[in-house]
Design a protein around this ligand. Structure first.
Ligand SMILES: O=C(O)C1=C[C@@H](OP(=O)(O)O)[C@@H](O)[C@H](O)C1
Ligand SMILES: C=C(OP(=O)(O)O)C(=O)O
Length: 645
């Protein structure tokens, strides 16, 4: 079994760009497939749940083309799927199997739908009952009430309202609403029970309207789709960031200090899960809203407040609150969440079992869970994830309690967020920033400290060297700021087993020549080049931690680094080290010229307008003039230990 060992995390801050919303992505794909005309969908979620939808649409004859950067073109089939016989695998995607079942049942073909074993335990009976009322021919090929299903051509009639239960999943109503316009007749749906997860119906109605189909509704009781409406492509659409995924990062900000900003959803979102931010606010967190972003910070006291909330409107994000409850000042109650029992796993049972491993007392009911946190979290808990992406994602937050946590089977996050742990690391993984002038020995020290801690290592200077080399090779002048920045933004660089590659070319030695060293110092003075390399440097922040060396690691790139070191030595000592290195390599060297060159470079680095080399107030000075390399490493390790890393 794969496991991810998370280190104790001390704080969370930074920005996260969210992947596209799962609920919006799969709805847009189906609506675009059923529409007349071609639709370009931008920022589609790339994950297991959308891949099964894309594959299924392809199999029933819909043209789907990847345009790159998560943009897709869907050639609408104007309500008639071209392929009339297909086997479709739906994984564990509720947003794929339920709406497709309804659309295929009205499509006059032979289709067989199946999924992973858990999908065959997730109910679909209420939807099948609703579709059978209008004559659809759907048969259970496994257990009655559950997938797998076989669909056959049928004569569909809409004489009377469809009576539908809404208390198990709102996806059944979503499925009927999206499919019924295919009949061309007026269709009425009457709910026979309370409807759960209502905001997901708002998403459905909103997106149907964008494709030109209006639904009239009387409260949450009765929905009427007027006759003769057809889906028409709106042209280009954009998927907003996933609000359920936002919950993990917002909670991280509320627990781990913050501020953490999620980009891609905000005040203007059509997803109900943005209301998770209100629940965090009720816990005392500071929340700031923008049109396209939300930001969360911990309360001044550092302690979150206990809550007792009905969370029926945000069933997915509510799981994050159950883990946030570990950090509250008392017993927290999550109510009206019975649907948790029929999702990727029995989430009430799974949540109770795993929260107890962290020391919480948990009371579990048919439709609620109450969490009483322990004063301190249990260290080294091994969390089982039950093939449920949200179990893996929300339990990773427990490490913010300053304890190591193991997440078993972490790749279940692929269902909706394949890069989740990288995104979380970018705002939480510990960073040791080592800055200093040229030839201070910071590279060697940083590499050895990284090896001793088992951390990743970023030699940020090499990115500037690579940029200079790429510019020289491409014939771009080193003072052509825009040209060099463009190269920096798309640098085809990779670091493989101690070697540095530019495309497929090993340039480990080529970037160390005096010409490229001087060139690197020149391009590093260009603000646009520095900006172009910023995100790339931050992406090196990974679990279990990062040692980064350079000139502005502590001041600009990782201002929230857990430990900051300014490593220096006198210019004479550094010139002498460089001299010995060159001689040892059998290269010509002149002590006087080397000293002069270093002094010039120091002056350029210290005087440049952007990110000049300077010791930050919160950095510890290590002067290596009298030290050998082992002593310098020991000095830095002592600083790191003081931060309990
Ligand atoms: O329609 C949707 O996009 C969804 C509806 C919700 O399910 P239920 O209606 O079953 O609660 C939610 O849990 C699911 O992740 C996505
Ligand atoms: C319940 C979920 O998924 P599905 O769309 O498969 O229902 C979920 O993502 O939490």
């Amino acid at each position: 079994m794969d496991s991810l060992h998370l280190p104790p995390l001390r704080e969370a801050s930074g920005n996260v760009r969210l992947p596209g919303s799962k609920s919006i992505s799969n709805r847009m794909l189906l609506l675009a497939a059923l529409a007349e005309g071609s639709t370009e969908i931008r920022d589609l979620l790339d994950s297991d749940d959308t891949r099964v939808m894309l594959a299924a649409l392809g199999k029933v004859g819909v043209g789907v083309t990847a345009l790159g950067c998560n943009a897709w073109r869907v050639e609408g089939c104007d309500g008639v799927f071209p392929v009339k016989d297909a086997d479709l695998f739906m994984g564990n995607a509720g947003t794929a199997i339920r709406p497709l079942t309804a659309a295929l049942a009205l499509s006059g073909g032979h289709y067989r739908l199946s999924g992973v074993p858990r999908m065959h335990e997730r109910p679909i009976g209420d939807l099948v009952d609703g579709l059978r009322q209008i004559g659809a021919d759907i048969r259970y090929t496994g257990k009655p009430g559950f997938p797998p299903l076989a669909i056959h051509p049928a004569h569909v009639k809409l004489a009377t309202p469809i009576r539908l239960r809404g208390d198990v999943s709102s996806q059944f109503l979503t499925a009927l609403l999206m499919a019924l316009p295919l009949t061309g007749a007026e269709a009425v749906i009457e709910m026979t029970t309370e409807l759960i997860s209502k905001p997901y119906i708002e998403i459905t109605l909103n997106l149907m309207a964008r494709f030109g189909v209006k639904v009239q509704r009387e409260g949450w009781q009765r929905f009427t789709i007027p006759a003769a409406q057809r889906y028409r492509s709106p042209g280009v659409l954009h998927v907003e960031g996933d609000a359920s995924a936002a919950s993990y990062f917002l909670a991280a900000g509320a627990i781990g200090g913050g501020p953490v900003r999620v980009e891609g959803v905000g005040r203007d979102s059509i997803q109900g899960d943005v209301r998770f931010a209100d629940a965090l606010k009720a816990m005392g967190a500071h929340i700031a809203w923008g049109g396209q972003h939300i930001e969360a910070r911990a309360p001044e006291s550092g302690k979150l407040k206990a809550f007792d909330l009905d969370l029926n409107h945000i069933p997915d994000a509510a799981m994050t609150l159950a883990v946030a409850a570990l950090f509250a000042d008392g017993r927290c109650v999550l109510r009206n969440i019975a649907s948790w029992r029929v999702k990727e796993t029995d989430r009430i049972a799974a949540m109770a079992t795993e929260l107890r491993k962290l020391g919480a007392s948990v009371e579990e009911g048919t439709d609620y869970i109450a969490v009483s946190p322990a004063p301190t979290l249990v260290s080294n808990a091994a969390i089982d994830t039950y093939d449920d992406h949200r179990m893996a994602m929300c339990f990773a937050l427990a490490a913010l309690g300053g304890v190591p946590v193991t997440i078993n089977d972490p790749y279940c996050v692929n269902k909706t967020f394949p890069d989740y742990f990288d995104a979380l690391a970018e705002i939480t993984a510990p960073v040791i920033a080592i800055d200093g002038p040229s030839a201070s020995g910071k590279g060697t020290v940083a590499e050895r400290v990284a090896a001793a801690l088992g951390y990743h290592y970023l030699d940020s200077g090499s990115l500037y060297r690579l940029t200079a080399l790429a510019a020289v090779r491409a014939g771009v002048a080193l003072d052509d700021e825009v040209g060099v920045a463009e190269l920096a933004a798309g640098l085809p660089a990779s670091f493989v087993g101690g070697r540095i590659l530019l495309s497929d070319d090993d340039v480990t030695d080529a970037i160390r020549t005096e010409e490229i060293s001087a060139g690197a110092s020149k391009v590093a003075a260009l603000p646009t080049v520095r900006a172009a390399l910023l995100a790339r440097q931050r992406a090196y922040r990974r679990f279990p931690g990062l040692v980064a060396d350079g000139r502005d690691m502590a001041s600009v790139v990782f201002p929230d680094a857990a430990a900051k070191v300014f490593l220096t030595a006198s210019a004479e000592a550094r010139a002498e080290r460089r001299y010995k290195q060159l001689i040892a390599k059998g290269m010509p060297a002149n002590m006087h010229a080397l000293l002069q060159d270093l002094q010039e470079r120091d002056a350029r680095d210290a005087q440049r307008s952007v990110a000049p080399l300077k010791q930050c107030d919160d950095a510890v000075l290590v002067d290596t003039t009298p030290l050998g390399i082992d002593e310098a490493v020991a000095a830095v390790m002592a600083i790191v230990k003081r931060q309990s890393l």
